[in-house]
Design a protein around this ligand. Structure first.
Ligand code: NAP
Ligand code: ZN
Length: 354
Protein backbone atom coordinates (compact mmCIF):
# COMPACT_ATOMS: atom_id res chain seq x y z
CA UNK A 1 0.00 0.00 0.00
CA UNK A 2 1.26 3.44 -0.83
CA UNK A 3 0.15 6.75 0.60
CA UNK A 4 -0.89 10.09 -0.84
CA UNK A 5 0.61 11.63 -3.92
CA UNK A 6 2.91 14.57 -3.22
CA UNK A 7 4.00 17.19 -5.73
CA UNK A 8 7.60 18.19 -5.37
CA UNK A 9 10.77 19.40 -7.08
CA UNK A 10 13.63 16.94 -7.42
CA UNK A 11 17.20 16.71 -8.68
CA UNK A 12 17.36 13.99 -11.32
CA UNK A 13 21.18 13.76 -11.52
CA UNK A 14 24.38 15.27 -10.13
CA UNK A 15 23.94 18.46 -12.16
CA UNK A 16 21.80 19.39 -9.10
CA UNK A 17 19.19 21.01 -11.34
CA UNK A 18 15.75 20.75 -9.74
CA UNK A 19 12.53 20.29 -11.70
CA UNK A 20 8.92 19.21 -10.95
CA UNK A 21 8.43 15.62 -9.82
CA UNK A 22 5.64 13.76 -8.08
CA UNK A 23 5.77 10.64 -5.96
CA UNK A 24 3.75 8.66 -3.44
CA UNK A 25 4.37 9.16 0.25
CA UNK A 26 4.62 6.18 2.55
CA UNK A 27 1.35 5.06 4.03
CA UNK A 28 0.70 6.90 7.30
CA UNK A 29 0.61 4.73 10.44
CA UNK A 30 -0.92 5.20 13.89
CA UNK A 31 2.02 7.30 15.17
CA UNK A 32 2.32 9.49 12.09
CA UNK A 33 1.13 12.94 11.15
CA UNK A 34 0.37 14.07 7.62
CA UNK A 35 1.52 17.65 7.12
CA UNK A 36 1.09 20.24 4.43
CA UNK A 37 4.50 21.81 3.90
CA UNK A 38 4.48 25.58 4.33
CA UNK A 39 8.17 26.55 4.25
CA UNK A 40 11.50 24.81 3.82
CA UNK A 41 15.01 26.19 4.31
CA UNK A 42 17.79 25.67 1.74
CA UNK A 43 20.87 24.15 3.34
CA UNK A 44 24.32 23.75 1.80
CA UNK A 45 24.02 20.04 2.67
CA UNK A 46 21.18 19.84 0.10
CA UNK A 47 23.67 21.03 -2.48
CA UNK A 48 26.41 18.59 -1.34
CA UNK A 49 23.87 15.73 -1.49
CA UNK A 50 22.39 16.66 -4.89
CA UNK A 51 25.90 16.90 -6.35
CA UNK A 52 26.79 13.52 -4.87
CA UNK A 53 29.78 14.94 -3.00
CA UNK A 54 28.98 13.76 0.55
CA UNK A 55 31.58 11.23 1.62
CA UNK A 56 29.09 9.67 4.06
CA UNK A 57 26.51 8.56 1.47
CA UNK A 58 25.95 8.02 -2.24
CA UNK A 59 23.08 9.96 -3.77
CA UNK A 60 20.01 8.24 -5.21
CA UNK A 61 18.00 10.16 -7.81
CA UNK A 62 15.37 11.53 -8.14
CA UNK A 63 16.18 13.35 -4.91
CA UNK A 64 13.71 15.72 -3.26
CA UNK A 65 15.87 17.79 -0.88
CA UNK A 66 14.77 19.82 2.14
CA UNK A 67 15.33 19.17 5.84
CA UNK A 68 14.29 22.44 7.47
CA UNK A 69 10.57 21.92 7.10
CA UNK A 70 7.66 23.76 8.66
CA UNK A 71 4.16 22.50 7.98
CA UNK A 72 0.59 22.40 9.15
CA UNK A 73 -0.86 19.18 10.55
CA UNK A 74 -3.64 17.91 8.26
CA UNK A 75 -4.25 14.42 9.66
CA UNK A 76 -3.30 12.47 12.79
CA UNK A 77 -2.70 8.76 13.35
CA UNK A 78 -4.82 7.15 16.09
CA UNK A 79 -1.92 7.14 18.60
CA UNK A 80 -0.74 10.71 18.06
CA UNK A 81 -0.99 12.57 21.36
CA UNK A 82 1.65 15.24 20.83
CA UNK A 83 -0.16 17.29 18.16
CA UNK A 84 -3.61 18.44 17.04
CA UNK A 85 -4.95 19.13 13.57
CA UNK A 86 -3.95 22.63 12.49
CA UNK A 87 -0.79 22.74 14.64
CA UNK A 88 2.28 24.29 13.01
CA UNK A 89 5.13 21.81 13.34
CA UNK A 90 8.75 21.52 12.34
CA UNK A 91 10.95 18.71 11.05
CA UNK A 92 14.74 18.87 10.88
CA UNK A 93 17.59 16.58 9.92
CA UNK A 94 16.32 13.31 11.39
CA UNK A 95 13.02 11.46 10.92
CA UNK A 96 13.73 8.09 12.54
CA UNK A 97 16.08 6.07 14.75
CA UNK A 98 16.00 2.74 16.60
CA UNK A 99 14.38 4.27 19.70
CA UNK A 100 16.04 1.70 21.97
CA UNK A 101 19.80 2.21 22.14
CA UNK A 102 21.64 4.23 24.80
CA UNK A 103 21.95 7.19 22.40
CA UNK A 104 18.22 7.21 21.63
CA UNK A 105 17.54 6.98 25.37
CA UNK A 106 19.75 9.95 26.22
CA UNK A 107 18.50 12.54 23.71
CA UNK A 108 21.33 11.84 21.30
CA UNK A 109 19.28 10.00 18.69
CA UNK A 110 21.03 11.89 15.89
CA UNK A 111 24.05 9.63 16.56
CA UNK A 112 22.02 6.36 16.56
CA UNK A 113 23.37 3.92 13.97
CA UNK A 114 19.84 3.39 12.67
CA UNK A 115 19.14 7.06 12.04
CA UNK A 116 16.78 7.77 9.13
CA UNK A 117 17.40 10.94 7.14
CA UNK A 118 14.54 13.03 5.70
CA UNK A 119 15.76 12.37 2.15
CA UNK A 120 18.09 10.01 0.30
CA UNK A 121 17.30 7.25 2.78
CA UNK A 122 14.91 4.31 3.15
CA UNK A 123 12.11 4.36 5.73
CA UNK A 124 11.41 1.32 7.95
CA UNK A 125 8.67 0.12 5.53
CA UNK A 126 11.06 0.21 2.55
CA UNK A 127 9.82 3.51 1.06
CA UNK A 128 12.52 5.96 -0.14
CA UNK A 129 12.48 9.13 1.98
CA UNK A 130 11.96 12.48 0.24
CA UNK A 131 12.40 15.93 1.78
CA UNK A 132 10.47 19.14 2.22
CA UNK A 133 10.55 20.59 -1.31
CA UNK A 134 7.24 18.81 -1.51
CA UNK A 135 3.57 19.63 -0.93
CA UNK A 136 3.01 16.94 1.74
CA UNK A 137 5.06 14.88 4.21
CA UNK A 138 4.31 11.98 6.54
CA UNK A 139 6.31 12.12 9.78
CA UNK A 140 6.43 10.01 12.95
CA UNK A 141 5.24 12.23 15.82
CA UNK A 142 8.49 11.71 17.78
CA UNK A 143 10.49 13.53 15.10
CA UNK A 144 8.37 16.66 14.81
CA UNK A 145 8.40 19.68 17.12
CA UNK A 146 5.82 22.31 17.83
CA UNK A 147 6.57 25.76 16.42
CA UNK A 148 5.86 28.34 19.15
CA UNK A 149 2.95 30.64 18.33
CA UNK A 150 5.15 33.71 18.65
CA UNK A 151 7.46 32.51 15.90
CA UNK A 152 6.55 33.03 12.22
CA UNK A 153 6.79 29.69 10.36
CA UNK A 154 9.28 30.96 7.77
CA UNK A 155 11.48 32.29 10.60
CA UNK A 156 11.45 28.91 12.29
CA UNK A 157 12.53 26.86 9.26
CA UNK A 158 16.32 27.51 9.38
CA UNK A 159 16.41 26.85 13.12
CA UNK A 160 15.37 23.24 12.62
CA UNK A 161 18.71 22.17 11.15
CA UNK A 162 21.17 25.05 10.66
CA UNK A 163 20.18 26.58 14.00
CA UNK A 164 20.35 23.43 16.06
CA UNK A 165 23.69 22.56 14.40
CA UNK A 166 25.10 25.66 16.09
CA UNK A 167 23.05 25.42 19.28
CA UNK A 168 23.86 21.80 20.16
CA UNK A 169 27.68 22.14 20.42
CA UNK A 170 27.57 25.70 21.85
CA UNK A 171 25.25 24.67 24.67
CA UNK A 172 28.22 23.24 26.57
CA UNK A 173 29.55 26.80 26.99
CA UNK A 174 26.20 28.30 28.00
CA UNK A 175 26.45 28.72 31.77
CA UNK A 176 30.17 28.55 32.34
CA UNK A 177 30.27 31.49 34.77
CA UNK A 178 33.07 33.20 32.83
CA UNK A 179 33.18 35.22 29.61
CA UNK A 180 33.54 32.75 26.79
CA UNK A 181 35.30 33.95 23.67
CA UNK A 182 33.93 32.19 20.62
CA UNK A 183 34.74 32.31 16.92
CA UNK A 184 32.27 31.63 14.12
CA UNK A 185 34.12 30.60 10.97
CA UNK A 186 32.06 31.19 7.78
CA UNK A 187 29.13 33.59 7.87
CA UNK A 188 26.47 31.68 5.94
CA UNK A 189 23.25 29.92 6.96
CA UNK A 190 24.70 28.02 9.94
CA UNK A 191 27.24 30.76 10.73
CA UNK A 192 24.79 33.65 11.08
CA UNK A 193 22.59 31.60 13.42
CA UNK A 194 25.76 30.64 15.30
CA UNK A 195 26.56 34.33 15.87
CA UNK A 196 23.04 35.12 17.11
CA UNK A 197 22.91 32.06 19.39
CA UNK A 198 26.41 32.58 20.82
CA UNK A 199 25.66 36.27 21.49
CA UNK A 200 22.37 35.33 23.19
CA UNK A 201 24.34 32.88 25.36
CA UNK A 202 26.49 35.82 26.48
CA UNK A 203 29.67 34.95 24.57
CA UNK A 204 32.14 37.43 23.12
CA UNK A 205 31.84 36.56 19.41
CA UNK A 206 34.41 36.95 16.65
CA UNK A 207 33.30 36.32 13.07
CA UNK A 208 36.07 34.81 10.95
CA UNK A 209 35.22 35.40 7.31
CA UNK A 210 36.97 34.81 3.99
CA UNK A 211 36.71 38.48 2.91
CA UNK A 212 35.91 42.00 4.10
CA UNK A 213 32.48 41.90 2.43
CA UNK A 214 30.40 40.96 5.46
CA UNK A 215 32.23 43.06 8.11
CA UNK A 216 29.67 45.88 8.38
CA UNK A 217 26.64 43.60 8.55
CA UNK A 218 28.31 41.18 10.96
CA UNK A 219 29.07 44.02 13.36
CA UNK A 220 25.92 46.11 12.85
CA UNK A 221 23.16 43.60 12.10
CA UNK A 222 24.35 40.52 13.95
CA UNK A 223 26.12 42.49 16.71
CA UNK A 224 29.32 40.46 16.58
CA UNK A 225 32.06 41.79 18.86
CA UNK A 226 34.93 41.41 16.40
CA UNK A 227 35.56 40.51 12.75
CA UNK A 228 38.63 38.75 11.37
CA UNK A 229 39.46 38.23 7.70
CA UNK A 230 41.01 34.79 7.44
CA UNK A 231 43.34 35.77 4.58
CA UNK A 232 44.85 38.64 6.57
CA UNK A 233 47.84 36.79 8.04
CA UNK A 234 49.04 39.64 10.24
CA UNK A 235 45.62 40.16 11.84
CA UNK A 236 45.16 36.40 12.31
CA UNK A 237 48.57 36.17 14.01
CA UNK A 238 47.77 39.06 16.32
CA UNK A 239 44.69 37.20 17.54
CA UNK A 240 46.46 33.90 18.27
CA UNK A 241 45.64 32.21 21.59
CA UNK A 242 42.46 34.26 21.98
CA UNK A 243 39.44 31.97 21.50
CA UNK A 244 37.82 29.26 23.65
CA UNK A 245 36.17 27.69 20.63
CA UNK A 246 35.69 28.07 16.89
CA UNK A 247 32.56 26.78 15.19
CA UNK A 248 33.81 25.84 11.72
CA UNK A 249 30.97 26.00 9.17
CA UNK A 250 33.04 26.14 5.98
CA UNK A 251 31.66 23.79 3.28
CA UNK A 252 34.94 23.54 1.34
CA UNK A 253 38.53 22.43 1.95
CA UNK A 254 40.36 25.04 4.02
CA UNK A 255 43.70 25.20 5.84
CA UNK A 256 43.40 24.35 9.55
CA UNK A 257 46.69 25.73 10.91
CA UNK A 258 45.75 29.38 11.10
CA UNK A 259 42.47 28.59 12.90
CA UNK A 260 44.10 26.25 15.40
CA UNK A 261 46.52 29.05 16.22
CA UNK A 262 43.58 31.29 17.20
CA UNK A 263 42.56 28.89 19.97
CA UNK A 264 43.60 29.32 23.59
CA UNK A 265 45.16 26.31 25.33
CA UNK A 266 42.42 23.67 25.71
CA UNK A 267 40.38 25.48 23.06
CA UNK A 268 38.07 23.51 20.77
CA UNK A 269 37.70 23.57 17.01
CA UNK A 270 34.18 22.29 16.41
CA UNK A 271 33.73 21.16 12.83
CA UNK A 272 30.22 21.18 11.40
CA UNK A 273 30.97 22.13 7.78
CA UNK A 274 31.12 19.07 5.53
CA UNK A 275 34.13 19.75 3.28
CA UNK A 276 34.09 17.07 0.57
CA UNK A 277 37.86 16.38 0.84
CA UNK A 278 40.12 15.67 3.86
CA UNK A 279 41.22 18.60 6.02
CA UNK A 280 44.84 18.67 7.17
CA UNK A 281 46.63 19.73 10.32
CA UNK A 282 49.95 18.98 12.02
CA UNK A 283 49.74 17.02 15.31
CA UNK A 284 51.96 19.62 17.00
CA UNK A 285 49.27 22.23 16.28
CA UNK A 286 46.97 20.51 18.75
CA UNK A 287 49.53 18.83 21.04
CA UNK A 288 51.03 22.18 22.03
CA UNK A 289 48.13 23.79 23.85
CA UNK A 290 46.14 20.60 24.43
CA UNK A 291 43.65 21.69 21.78
CA UNK A 292 40.76 19.59 20.52
CA UNK A 293 39.23 19.10 17.09
CA UNK A 294 35.76 17.64 17.26
CA UNK A 295 32.72 17.21 15.06
CA UNK A 296 29.07 17.76 15.78
CA UNK A 297 25.98 16.66 13.87
CA UNK A 298 22.69 18.60 13.96
CA UNK A 299 20.99 18.25 17.36
CA UNK A 300 18.40 16.04 19.02
CA UNK A 301 14.65 16.60 18.72
CA UNK A 302 14.70 17.83 22.34
CA UNK A 303 17.40 20.35 21.45
CA UNK A 304 15.36 21.53 18.44
CA UNK A 305 12.46 22.30 20.77
CA UNK A 306 14.85 23.88 23.30
CA UNK A 307 16.29 26.14 20.61
CA UNK A 308 12.85 27.26 19.40
CA UNK A 309 11.96 28.24 22.97
CA UNK A 310 15.35 29.91 23.54
CA UNK A 311 14.89 31.85 20.27
CA UNK A 312 11.50 33.22 21.34
CA UNK A 313 12.68 33.95 24.89
CA UNK A 314 15.67 35.94 23.58
CA UNK A 315 13.60 37.70 20.89
CA UNK A 316 15.96 36.72 18.07
CA UNK A 317 15.34 37.10 14.32
CA UNK A 318 16.59 34.83 11.56
CA UNK A 319 17.95 36.69 8.52
CA UNK A 320 16.28 35.04 5.55
CA UNK A 321 15.28 35.59 1.94
CA UNK A 322 11.93 33.96 1.17
CA UNK A 323 11.58 32.71 -2.43
CA UNK A 324 9.14 30.63 -4.48
CA UNK A 325 9.95 27.19 -5.85
CA UNK A 326 10.51 28.47 -9.40
CA UNK A 327 13.53 30.39 -8.01
CA UNK A 328 15.09 27.36 -6.33
CA UNK A 329 17.80 26.68 -8.97
CA UNK A 330 18.85 30.31 -8.96
CA UNK A 331 18.87 30.26 -5.13
CA UNK A 332 21.26 27.29 -5.00
CA UNK A 333 23.44 28.95 -7.64
CA UNK A 334 23.59 32.07 -5.44
CA UNK A 335 24.30 29.97 -2.33
CA UNK A 336 27.23 28.39 -4.15
CA UNK A 337 28.52 31.87 -5.07
CA UNK A 338 28.26 32.92 -1.40
CA UNK A 339 25.59 35.44 -2.37
CA UNK A 340 22.85 35.04 0.26
CA UNK A 341 22.13 36.95 3.47
CA UNK A 342 22.00 34.40 5.04
CA UNK A 343 19.46 31.66 4.38
CA UNK A 344 16.99 31.07 1.57
CA UNK A 345 13.60 29.80 2.70
CA UNK A 346 11.22 28.33 0.12
CA UNK A 347 7.58 29.34 0.29
CA UNK A 348 6.42 25.84 -0.61
CA UNK A 349 2.71 26.30 0.08
CA UNK A 350 2.72 29.55 -1.90
CA UNK A 351 4.34 27.91 -4.94
CA UNK A 352 1.22 26.15 -6.33
CA UNK A 353 2.67 22.66 -6.34
CA UNK A 354 -0.77 21.05 -6.08
P1 NAP B 1 26.46 28.43 3.41
O1 NAP B 1 25.22 29.19 3.72
O2 NAP B 1 26.87 28.26 1.99
O3 NAP B 1 27.65 29.14 4.25
C1 NAP B 1 28.97 28.72 4.24
C2 NAP B 1 29.88 29.91 4.54
O4 NAP B 1 31.23 29.43 4.56
C3 NAP B 1 29.84 30.99 3.47
O5 NAP B 1 28.85 31.95 3.71
C4 NAP B 1 31.23 31.60 3.54
O6 NAP B 1 31.29 32.54 4.62
C5 NAP B 1 32.10 30.41 3.95
N1 NAP B 1 32.73 29.79 2.77
C6 NAP B 1 32.14 29.28 1.68
N2 NAP B 1 33.06 28.76 0.83
C7 NAP B 1 34.25 28.94 1.42
C8 NAP B 1 35.58 28.60 1.05
N3 NAP B 1 35.85 27.98 -0.11
N4 NAP B 1 36.57 28.92 1.92
C9 NAP B 1 36.30 29.55 3.08
N5 NAP B 1 35.05 29.89 3.47
C10 NAP B 1 34.05 29.58 2.65
O7 NAP B 1 26.39 26.96 4.00
P2 NAP B 1 25.56 26.43 5.29
O8 NAP B 1 24.22 26.00 4.84
O9 NAP B 1 25.76 27.36 6.40
O10 NAP B 1 26.37 25.08 5.57
C11 NAP B 1 27.74 25.14 5.91
C12 NAP B 1 28.33 23.74 5.98
O11 NAP B 1 27.79 23.09 7.13
C13 NAP B 1 27.98 22.84 4.79
O12 NAP B 1 29.10 22.02 4.51
C14 NAP B 1 26.83 21.99 5.30
O13 NAP B 1 26.76 20.73 4.65
C15 NAP B 1 27.25 21.83 6.74
N6 NAP B 1 26.17 21.51 7.67
C16 NAP B 1 26.47 20.62 8.62
C17 NAP B 1 25.55 20.32 9.58
C18 NAP B 1 25.92 19.36 10.67
O14 NAP B 1 25.04 18.82 11.31
N7 NAP B 1 27.20 19.17 10.95
C19 NAP B 1 24.28 20.90 9.54
C20 NAP B 1 23.99 21.87 8.57
C21 NAP B 1 24.97 22.17 7.61
P3 NAP B 1 32.25 33.84 4.55
O15 NAP B 1 31.75 34.66 3.42
O16 NAP B 1 32.04 34.46 5.89
O17 NAP B 1 33.64 33.35 4.36
ZN1 ZN C 1 19.10 4.26 18.60
Amino acid sequence: MVGRKSNAWAAKDSSAHLSPYSFHLREAGKDDILMRVLYCGLDHTDLHQMKGELASSTTNYPLVPGHEVVGEVLELGSEVKKFSIGDIVGVGGIIGSCGECSLCNSNMEQYCNQIIFPYNDIYKDGTPTQGGFSSLMVIHQSFAVKIPEKLAPEQAAPLLRAGVTAYSPLKQFMNSGQIIKGGILGLGGVGHLGVLIAKAMGHHVTVISSSEKKRKEAMEHLHADAFLVSTDEAEMKRESNSLDYILDTVPAVHPMSSYLLLLKPEGKLIIVGAAPEPLQFLPSEIILGKKAILGSFIGSVTEMQELLNFWVEKGLTTMIEVVKMDYVNKAFERMERNDVRYRFVLDVAGSNLE
